[in-house]
Design a protein around this ligand. Sequence first.
Ligand code: ATP
Ligand code: MG
Length: 502
Amino acid sequence: MPGLPVTDEDIRDLELLIRSFHPLILIDEPDEGRVVAILEVLAQRLGLPLLRWSAHRGLARVDGDKTAVYKTEAPEQCLAHLISANAEVITYLSGFAQHLDERPVTSRIRELHDVLAGHRGAVVLKGSPADLPPKLARFFTLVRLEVPSSEAYHRYVSTVLANLRTRMPVRVDLSGADVAELLDHLRGLPFYEVRKIVTRCVVEQGGCLDRKSIVAVIDAKRRTIQRTGLLEYIPAPREEAEIAGLTRLRSWLDKRRRAFRDPEGARAMGLSPPRGLLLTGVQGCGKSLCARAIASSWQLPLVRLDPSSLYRRYFGESEQNLHRAIRTAESVAPVVLWIDEIEKAFGGDGEGDGGTSRRIFGTFLHWLQEKRHAVFVLATANDISRLPPELLRKGRFDEIFFVDLPSLAVRQEIFAVHLTRRHRDPTAFDLAQLAAETDGFSGAEIEQAIVAGLYSAFSADRELTTELLLEEIRGTRPLAVTMAERIAELRRWAAQRTVPAD
Ligand SMILES: Nc1ncnc2c1ncn2[C@@H]1O[C@H](COP(=O)(O)OP(=O)(O)OP(=O)(O)O)[C@@H](O)[C@H]1O
Ligand SMILES: [Mg+2]
């Protein structure tokens, strides 16, 4: 792999740990190439040899003489060798985490810990804390690497291109702004993905890296994030989402755009970047629409978490899944983390499921409180009564907004928005009457009435008219009628705890 960029920042913590005789280190980082590149630079800086173990080769030096040490393929043989050699070397054990549960390995790890504690010799594994058997957890020091900077990505892309140029002519047809956009989308991807994507783009486009590559990168990013099975990646929408009403909520967001996009400046003003919002309210009144609106207004991608995926056994431990989702979101920051129907993630009573949902909830709250990355959480809830009260306490979310049924004036606007979207001229309709006759309709129901009206008009080979729409409207019983009691209850609850979105 062409040289990966390694910065002082990447090395700092590790160097300190090794200098202070921390014998066992666990690096929580998905990109193995990056871990090895960092260890190479570090070993050189400390003047120590670097060894690498893998199950098929055993122990061998990464630099200099690469002959493998005899009979060290088995994990316990490898540890036995390291214990008896007791040398000041850095050893990277590749794919070792899966062996930690094996009995002879467990006891050897403790022994190794004691032996190496006397000097700078250290053993490094790649994995997440959940890979450690509880008995061994206290012997390891956990290191998390920051996501590489845009500058590091820039350098790496240049290296990949230089490498390609030794094999074929390569042209770069990107403006300064294009490059910035490309780097924005690359951020958070492991370097091996970056190399694959850039290489494929160049080869497919006859040796040219241009704006088309940006689309390909967005696509690759979406696939990489989707592969976690937990998150869906939605790139920043180019067009503003058309929203009627919700003026208070929108002005709240407008006011905070800058603080979120420019956290340094905000800090200088004594502000901390906004954490997030909880939206609750009547169905179909625009909660999900708002998530998209923030993304387009702030020009940020959305990552959407489907809360039920956390509990899908197939993907592993629920708590671990949440950690993974959070880490992935952080790796693509600045970003909006959209958790739709958050009560599905944390609404369990914590008894039916052996405490899992309560533990997950604790993890989430802790993260929300301590959050350092530019991840803005937008949560929506339909059934607030199922949410743990701690989540609603001040200081968790910046604000809780209640999205109610649209008022007369807003209904008029909603008609205008949706008629326009369907290529109709709103001034050709009696919007005032339409709004007057849709008391209790949600935005979604108004949209539905327009769609139904269009079907009627189309099948009868007529144009859509106010009369046709009124017919549809009179034939509809809105949720506000069928669920009047439930909505009244929601409003009572919201009156004391939330801010109206409109
Ligand atoms: N204020 C509004 N302005 C414009 N369109 C709206 C508005 N409210 C709702 N709509 C329309 O209704 C559709 C459904 O709204 P949305 O999905 O945002 O509602 P929701 O509050 O998330 O509902 P649910 O609780 O069912 O998830 C939107 O895609 C949009 O077309
Ligand atoms: Mg919704």
